[in-house]
Design a protein around this ligand. Structure first.
Ligand code: ADP
Length: 346
């Protein structure tokens, strides 16, 4: 029998007391050799009823004063302080408290773990940010100091050093702009302007914008086939343009000379799968799970030399996800990488 409601406990103990009283009377009656059945029933009934009342009210008093307080504190913490739910004595109350305390402890543990993860993410993020800013700031400082210490009058270096310092400023500006975009995307403040767009035309436009860079890297940026028909997709044009820009830019930064960057579209019933693929340096498998994190880089020095902020893929992921879609990467070190994402067809 489960005895977790105060009523059940009181009844159970009262029955035992009744039985003890009855048994005592029976022993007494046997010794005296006279048994009054009415008295026996009366004694048992009286014993049961009195002990039930005493036990029940004592329990209620105890629960009211002690457990209800704990129960309320837990519920208050859990539910933000609005809970006025009373303890119902006839219910499986102690069991319920037990469950609630367990739930509460689990929830607290989960929150603590979440806070720990956030804290370590925050620490790493601030460390990365400081590191990213340090490089251009130190270089600007170096050029300006050299100029102040006489370089300004030296016609051979003054212009060159000023230009380099300006480049450092550009880099800081780019990091701040990218961070701003990510923050807005994360906070959902960047409203998407969803339109019906021909994704083939948009990709072609971005490919064209990379003509110079592709030429200088000797990389052929092209579609895998001649897409003669338009593919109509629902998207925010400028944001998805940014996705193509970042992915194609990366394929040029990390692609091999005389290599190929290919843009492909695959029809998938209600969606279009878009792929940007290169046959460049590729990415080792152990890096793939963290690739879309802010400031995550595979080859740090190469990535910085390419002028990236380390935020390109984080932005891409946010944009694709804010369209309610998914982004994925397949890559083999030394062979190349394929980034793919989906968009809804119109
Ligand atoms: P970055 O500004 O450093 O390029 P991204 O967020 O765009 O930052 O990319 C993160 C890292 O992922 C890069 O530093 C690079 O190591 C790796 N990566 C991205 N795209 C490619 C690619 N197409 N081929 C190989 N590595 C890539």
């Amino acid at each position: 029998m489960k005895l977790s409601s105060p009523r059940a406990v009181a009844a159970f103990v009262a029955l035992i007391i009744g039985a003890v009283i009855g048994a005592s009377y029976l022993i007494y009656a046997t010794i005296q050799a006279e048994l009054d059945l009415l008295l026996l029933i009366l004694l048992i009934a009286l014993g049961c009823i009195t002990s039930y009342i005493i036990i029940y009210f004592s329990l209620e008093y105890f629960i009211n004063n002690k457990i209800r307080l704990i129960y309320r504190t837990i519920r208050k913490n859990k539910l933000g302080g609005n809970d006025t739910k009373e303890f119902i004595m006839s219910e499986d109350a102690l069991e319920k408290v037990n469950e609630e305390v367990e739930d509460w402890a689990k929830e607290n543990l989960r929150q603590i773990e979440e806070l720990r993860a956030q804290e370590s993410f925050r620490r790493e993020y601030i460390g990365n940010l400081a590191h990213e800013l340090k490089t251009p700031v130190f270089s600007i400082q170096g050029y300006i100091l050299t100029l102040l210490e006489g370089g300004l009058e030296d016609q051979n270096i003054n212009r060159k050093f000023l230009e380099r310092a300006a480049k450092g400023v550009d880099r800081i500006t780019k990091i701040i702009e990218d961070l701003d975009v990510i923050t807005k995307l994360e906070e959902g403040r960047l409203n998407l302007n969803m339109e019906r767009i021909d994704v083939v035309e948009l990709a072609a436009e971005v490919i064209d914008s990379f003509e110079m860079k592709a030429k200088s890297r000797k990389i052929d940026v092209r579609f895998n086939t001649n897409y003669e028909k338009s593919i109509w997709v629902e998207m925010d044009r400028s944001r998805i343009g940014q996705v193509f820009t970042n992915l194609i830019n990366n394929s040029l930064n990390y692609g091999d000379e005389n290599g190929v960057t290919e843009v492909r579209f695959h029809d998938m019933d209600k969606q279009i799968l878009i792929e940007v693929s290169d046959n460049g340096i590729g990415i080792a498998e152990n890096h793939l799970p963290r690739l879309f994190e802010r400031f995550y880089r595979v080859d740090k020095s190469r990535a910085r030399n390419e002028g990236g902020t380390g935020l390109g893929l984080a932005i891409v992921k946010h944009i694709v996800e804010s369209h309610g879609q998914l982004i994925n990467v397949r890559s083999t070190a030394g062979e190349g990488s394929t980034f793919s994402f989906t968009l809804n067809k119109v």
